[in-house]
Design a protein around this ligand. Structure first.
Ligand code: BEZ
Length: 211
């Protein structure tokens, strides 16, 4: 059965380019992103892993540990990383799981047989410090993911976790947020000293609390 939001992210132990990792132990109390790609030495994946490496500071700033999965072996990953570093002008700075036996791919339902029998699709799971799944995304093999969108969702998730605000359609960093329905307008006035704009009783906005 596929994983759903709120489920505990399955734990596993796997060989990676940074040694053997027990996933939950490796995550510790951090947020995490586990993402799969179809295969080593493929063009779209090369750009995706390069972009993720280039965004190291952005993931770190948000306290998010990043780990990639593909069903290719470790020696292939090691060779491919050299190409990623060369062509994307970066240094891959996160572990790649060598999931030859497809253990992780199966745990996370990353193989969609009607799309491809063998290769993993482009799955993304964002995991909270409670080890629960906060976001799932599935992209086809031919479309590279938008990693700025992933960071935007992480920002929104962390605002909700820390300040009880949600974010509206197309929200960008610095724009007004939405007071979550669980907070009464009276409590919101106390909680958000920058002000609360009551547009409808159920639609209340406040400036981004952590700005
Ligand atoms: C790629 O991973 O680069 C890719 C995979 C399937 C179709 C097109 C590109």
């Amino acid at each position: 059965m596929s994983l759903r939001l709120g489920d505990i992210a399955p734990d596993f132990t796997a060989e990676t380019t940074e040694g053997t990792i027990n996933f939950h132990e490796w995550l510790g109390n951090s947020w995490g992103m586990i993402f799969s790609h179809p295969a080593d030495f493929t063009p779209v994946c090369t750009t995706e892993l390069g972009r993720t490496a280039q965004l190291k500071d952005e993931f770190e700033k948000r306290g998010v540990k990043v780990i990639a999965v593909s069903v290719d072996p470790l020696d292939s990953h090691t060779e491919w990383i050299k190409d990623i570093n060369e062509t994307q002008k970066t240094t891959v700075n996160f572990p790649l799981i060598a999931d030859e036996d497809r253990k992780v791919a199966q745990l996370y339902d990353m193989i969609h047989p009607n799309a491809s029998e063998k290769a993993t699709v482009r799955s993304v799971f964002i995991i909270g410090p409670d080890k629960k799944i906060k976001l799932t995304l599935t992209y086809p093999a031919s479309t590279g993911r938008n990693f700025y969108e992933i960071l935007r969702v992480i920002d929104s998730l962390q605002l909700t976790a820390n300040y009880q605000v949600a974010t509206p359609a197309d929200w960008q960093e610095g724009e007004d947020c939405i007071v979550v329905p669980a907070v009464s307008t009276e409590d919101a006035m106390q909680k958000f000293p920058k002000g609360v704009n009551v547009i409808k009783p159920y639609l209340r906005t406040t400036p981004q609390p952590n700005k």
